[in-house]
Design a binder for this molecule. Sequence first.
Ligand SMILES: *[C@@H]1O[C@H](CO)[C@@H](O)[C@H](O)[C@H]1NC(C)=O
Length: 321
Amino acid sequence: MISLRRNFLSKILLLVIVFILCIFYIRSLNNLNAISADRTKFLNVPQQQRLVQLDAADSIDQQIQEPQDNQIIIGLVNENNKVEGSKYKEKTINKYELEILRDLKKQQEIPNLGANGAIAHLRDPDDIAEGERQLSKIALNEELSNHISYNRSIPDARHPACRKKSYDISTLPTTSVIIIFFNEPYSVLVRTVHSVINTSPERLLKEVILVDDGSSNIELKKKLDHYVKTRFNDKVKVLRLKNRLGLIRARLAGARLAKADVLVFLDAHCECVVDWLQPLVQRIKEKRTSVLVPIIDVIEAKNFFYSTNGYENFQVSLFYT
Ligand SMILES: *[C@@H]1O[C@H](CO)[C@@H](O)[C@H](O)[C@H]1NC(C)=O
């Protein structure tokens, strides 16, 4: 009797456990369905609508700040550009413009430094020492970057067959390139923007959106605004986040502003090869739910050498999410 009863009880217990396991199983199936249903929704809703739901930008200051108090007197000079008694004319220049002109002069000190992605070296012993110091501190030779042209070229490392391929640019979707930065070295960031503009067909690149994810580096503030305003017209916008949101939420904040058909997220320290954009957007034109990742080569942090795997190593990757 007792053993029968025990048997009965253990059967009940077993049934209860199986029942609970079933519930868990069904629940997780439901979750899976919910996720995939959500994902389809996400992919089919037009961009603007879907981004409204992503609530990351409460703290966004969308205003691109005007430089204030930006006039400084660089000299009291007469008509012959000599400082002289009371017969002077005040000559003023925007303080940020002055810094930018100094930067550009630096890039002319060693002509063609790093051109075509070549290994670059500084010459001045003080600059070399400064570069070494930065390399050990921020893992990048910023002084060297400051000496390399924003417009330096990099080699075309594509497979020759890719170079022959032509794209009908007039039918491809347009792009908003979104770049998040947090205390990125100024010259590296500016070179990234130049590179994107230099290598993208005008029609395909609707805009570049720079998102400052709460940087403290002063160079990335009004000086950057001034550079963007005076060198890139309206093509480049700067979005300042009041608080640091982190990479993904900052990307979403940038995406909310984007006006083009396709969103392209780039790191703040990139240089693009010629015609990099067309094959990416061509795939999206063919299948609008495509998510693409370009092949990423390496720029050496110590000497800015562009090193490529070469086209012999053809890459096919699968990403699981
Ligand atoms: C980069 O190239 C553009 C277009 O050719 C030119 O307007 C600009 O002055 C160049 N800037 C630098 C820093 O070389």
